[in-house]
Design a binder for this molecule. Structure first.
Ligand SMILES: NC(=O)c1ccc[n+]([C@@H]2O[C@H](COP(=O)([O-])OP(=O)(O)OC[C@H]3O[C@@H](n4cnc5c(N)ncnc54)[C@H](OP(=O)(O)O)[C@@H]3O)[C@@H](O)[C@H]2O)c1
Length: 239
C-alpha cells in the first residue's frame, strides 16, 4: 500500500491504523519526517515501512517514488492519494501561483501517481486506487474556489480512470470527506469550527478511524466490484 501525505493529520492516523495491522507500507512525506518516525517507532520499533520524501508538485519526484516502491515490492497493489493542500482566499485576491499549487498537489499529483503506477497494476491484473476528496467539492465554501475546483475534478478523474482500468481488474474510487477531527480542520478558527459542527447532522467532526476503515474495505480484494464511485463520509452533510 502506497500512502501519500503521511505527515499530515489524516495521513498519520492512516499510518497508525495500517501499521498496527502490519500492512506493507510505502509512505510518502513532504517536509516532516521526525514526527512520523516517532509515531512508527511507538507502534513497533522493529517495523520498517519504507519512507520516501517527495514534493508531489514534481513529476520527476513522483516517477522516482513510484519506481522505488515498485522496486521493493514488485508492484504497488494499493494507492491512496491522500496528500492535499488548502488555502483560504477570495477568488479576486487569489494569486495565480497559489491556484496552480493547489491544482498541482490536489489534482495533477493524483493523476501522475495513477499514470505511473497503472502500467504495473495493469500487468498484474490487480489494483486498488483511492483518492481523497472533500465535501467542499460538493457544497462549496467561501474562500475555497481553488481547493473545491481541484477536489471536484477528482470526481471526473475517478470516473474516467475507473472505466479505463476496469478491464484489468483495477478499481478507482474517491472518498469525499466531511470535516474531520484531524488535519486541515486546525487551520480554521474555533468559531468557524463551531459553526461547521452545528451544520453536521451527526453533530460532531468525523473520526479519522472511519476513513481508515473505509479505505481498508475499498483496498480489499472483496471490494473488486466497487469502482468509479464517490463515497461520502461526512456525518450526513451531503449525499
Ligand atoms: N481534515 C479534514 O477535515 C479533511 C476534510 C476533507 C478532505 N480532507 C482531505 O484529506 C487529505 C488529508 O488532509 P489532512 O486533513 O490530513 O491535511 P494536512 O494535515 O494539511 O496534511 C496534508 C498532507 O499533504 C502533504 N502535502 C502538501 N503539499 C504537498 C506537496 N507539495 N508534496 C507532497 N505532499 C504535500 C502535507 O505535507 P507537508 O505538510 O509536509 O507539506 C501533509 O502531509 C487531503 O487530501 C484533504 O484535502 C481533509
Amino acid at each position: 500500500m502506497l500512502l501519500t501525505g503521511v505527515s499530515g493529520g489524516m495521513g498519520s492516523a492512516l499510518v497508525h491504523y495500517f501499521a498496527e495491522r502490519e500492512y506493507q507500507l510505502v509512505l510518502q512525506y513532504h517536509t516532516d519526517k521526525e514526527d512520523l518516525e516517532k509515531l512508527l517507532h511507538s507502534l513497533n520499533p522493529t517495523y520498517e515501512p519504507q519512507l520516501y520524501q517527495a514534493d508531489l508538485r514534481s513529476e520527476e519526484a513522483i516517477v522516482h517514488l513510484c519506481s522505488e516502491a515498485q522496486k521493493i515490492y514488485g508492484t504497488v497493489d494499493v494507492l491512496i492519494n491522500n496528500a492535499g493542500l488548502s488555502a483560504s482566499s477570495m477568488i479576486w485576491k487569489q494569486p495565480l501561483d497559489q491556484w496552480n499549487d493547489l491544482l498541482q498537489v490536489n489534482l495533477t499529483a493524483p493523476f501522475l501517481m495513477i499514470k505511473h503506477l497503472a502500467p504495473s497494476m495493469r500487468y498484474h491484473h490487480y489494483g486498488r486506487i483511492i483518492n481523497i476528496s472533500s465535501v467542499v467539492a460538493q457544497l462549496g465554501a467561501v474562500g475555497t474556489s481553488a481547493y473545491a475546483a481541484s477536489k471536484s475534478a477528482l470526481f471526473g478523474l475517478t470516473k474516467s480512470a475507473a472505466l479505463e482500468l476496469a478491464p484489468k481488474g483495477i478499481t478507482v474510487n474517491t472518498i469525499a470527506l466531511g470535516y474531520m477531527q484531524a488535519g486541515m480542520i486546525h487551520e480554521l478558527s474555533e468559531d468557524r469550527v463551531k459553526d461547521i459542527v452545528s451544520g453536521i447532522p451527526m453533530g460532531s467532526l468525523g473520526n479519522p478511524k472511519s476513513l481508515a476503515a473505509m479505505i481498508e474495505f475499498l483496498a480489499s480484494e472483496e471490494a473488486g466490484y466497487v469502482t468509479g464511485q464517490i463515497l461520502n463520509l461526512n456525518g450526513g452533510m451531503y449525499g
